[in-house]
Design a protein. Structure first.
Length: 189
């Protein structure tokens, strides 16, 4: 796992004696531009169908897809402007997503007393054959009461970011890493 302990390329890191600040932009051209093209085609299809159909019920049904397109526009705008700011000190872990709020990205502030262990889990989906497919990683904390909470999620190609954050939380909060049930450990080849 040490292979991934170095700073990821797109993290801006500021370290002091008191803690560490990490800034990560959401902007990824390989993700933003295909989504923009898809969204344009999505709206073109909806407007075309809306003009061609006279049924009020079908037009009401299409409005659901129109709203889904607006949510995708909101997400694309977030991808252009948002960044995640993470601050880790000996007593606090703070994760803030700004400037545009998005419902699945919650701001988090945890005290050291709320964190017993930090660990990584794999995020899976199932295919049509009911097999689990790894599609991302989550950084989790385990409380002294044994309650697990996800604090951040990253995509399949971003394992080094999760490991880097885990190591920095353990370092600055003086957490002795112990194995946690369900922890994902990537084997190096």
């Amino acid at each position: 796992m040490e292979k991934f302990a170095s700073k990821p390329e797109d993290f801006e890191v500021t370290e002091t004696n008191q803690g560490i600040a990490i800034h990560n932009s959401w902007y990824k051209p390989q993700m933003v531009y295909p989504l923009m093209i898809f969204n344009i085609l999505w709206f073109m299809l909806i407007f075309y169908m809306f003009r061609k159909v006279d049924s009020t019920i079908f037009q009401a049904f299409l409005s659901i897809f129109f709203i889904a397109g607006l949510v995708l526009v909101w997400y694309i705008v977030c991808l252009f402007f948002n960044k995640t700011d993470i601050a880790i000190t000996s007593q606090d872990f703070i994760s803030k997503h700004a400037p545009i709020p998005f419902p699945t990205y919650k701001n988090i502030h945890l005290k050291r007393s709320d964190i017993e262990q930090v660990y990584i889990t794999g995020e899976y989906t199932r295919n049509k054959h009911n097999s689990k497919i790894l599609n991302g990683y989550a950084l989790n904390v385990l409380s002294p009461e044994g309650i697990s909470s996800r604090i951040l999620s990253y995509g399949i190609e971003e394992y080094e970011k999760v490991v880097f954050l885990k190591k920095k939380i353990e370092q600055y909060m003086n957490i002795d890493p112990q194995p946690v049930e369900g922890e994902y450990i990537q084997t190096l080849s």
